[in-house]
Write a protein that binds this ligand. Structure first.
Ligand code: FVH
Length: 306
């Protein structure tokens, strides 16, 4: 049953939003970096972690450790939660529904769009304002230039209210009123990163198979990946949005014929082939379905499940 807020929480808002109180639940590597940034920015910061000992270093910086999650969430109009999984978030927040009613939760835990929408529905049913987020930074990058956090949620006004506080963590990027959008952007960006990381790992394994040090190869690899990123990202976007995939640069038929050389070389050089094997099947299917003259952008359409 929906829980109505017992009292309007707005009355606890201080006059200066730059110093608005904030609570952080979850003090892993990321949660600790977030709390530390909030403390440094001057926010009264209440912290709670399942393993209580992790509050110690933050308390030394000025954080207020809470004995329970319930005590923590009632200390601030805004609670930021950063746990391992959304399953853990749901389990932690469910008993706090009444205490959170009328307050705002910003969930920076990695998850799927569907999980974010499900949490948003749960929050709405309990009178809690829910904003989902995706952190585009590692802990060391928090509160440094270049870091940003994606946000989405049905209540954009609530996001604007808390934006001055959230800006202490990283640049803020609002993605829209569908609560799943931040997770969608987050996972899409991280997909690009995983693809690059897999390629870099296989490249170092291959070059290293002849004893060439990774550090010696690194400048070539970095420049090549950067040049290909600069070309492939915008060209693919143009092809996808115009649905024009024909290319005179590097078509799928040519790549299909060349690709077995890669798998064979990995094996000949004593490497595993399992990371890159599935791509051969994708290229085979593309050509067999008549897309041999198209560029890599065609894969975007072929990745859709029919
Ligand atoms: N670290 C990174 O580089 C990435 C950057 C992008 C965003 N991710 C996501 O952030 C979430 C947290 O990541 P983390 O690096 O802080 O992770 P850990 O250091 O492993 O800390 C996990 C915290 O979660 C707490 N926790 C786990 N399960 C529960 C639970 N059932 N109930 C309560 N708390 C729970 C854990 O508590 P404890 O083990 O210390 O008691 C930590 O506080 C994550 O979604 C990344 O994908 C990070």
């Amino acid at each position: 049953m929906p829980v109505q807020p017992a009292q309007p929480v707005q009355s606890t808002q201080p006059a200066h939003p730059a110093h608005s109180p904030v609570t952080v639940l979850g003090l892993g590597l990321m949660g600790t970096a977030l709390a530390s940034a909030l403390i440094k920015a001057g926010h009264p910061t209440t912290v709670w972690n399942r393993t209580a000992s992790k509050t110690g270093p933050l308390a030394a910086q000025g954080a207020i450790p809470a004995a329970t999650a319930g005590e923590a969430v009632t200390a601030s109009p805004l609670t930021i939660v950063c746990l391992t999984t959304n399953e853990a978030v749901r389990a932690l927040l469910t008993p706090q529904a009444q205490a959170l009613a009328g307050r705002t939760v910003v969930n920076l835990t990695n998850g799927t769009p569907a999980q974010a929408r499900e949490l948003a529905d749960w929050a709405a049913a309990h009178g809690i304002t829910y904003i989902d987020g995706g952190i585009m930074a590692v802990p060391q990058m928090i509160a440094t230039p270049g870091a940003y956090i994606l946000y989405s949620g049905t209540d954009e006004a609530a996001f604007e209210t808390h934006r001055p506080t959230l800006e202490a963590l990283a640049d803020t990027k609002w993605t829209g009123k569908d609560p799943g959008l931040a997770a969608l952007y987050d996972l899409s960006l991280l997909t690009g990163m995983y693809g690059m990381a897999m390629g870099v790992a296989q490249a170092y394994a291959l070059i290293g198979s002849e004893g060439i040090p990774a550090r010696e190869f690194a400048p070539l690899l970095r420049d090549w990946v950067a040049a290909m990123t600069d070309a492939i990202v915008p060209e693919t976007a143009e092809a996808v949005d115009t649905d024009q995939h024909l290319t005179d640069v590097s078509n799928l038929a040519m790549n299909r014929e060349a690709y077995p050389n890669f798998l064979q070389a990995y094996a000949e050089q004593g490497l595993r082939t399992d990371l890159f094997e599935p791509f051969q099947g994708v290229l085979d299917r593309a050509v067999e379905e008549g897309y041999g003259a198209d560029g890599f952008s065609r894969l975007v359409t072929l990745l859709k499940q029919n």
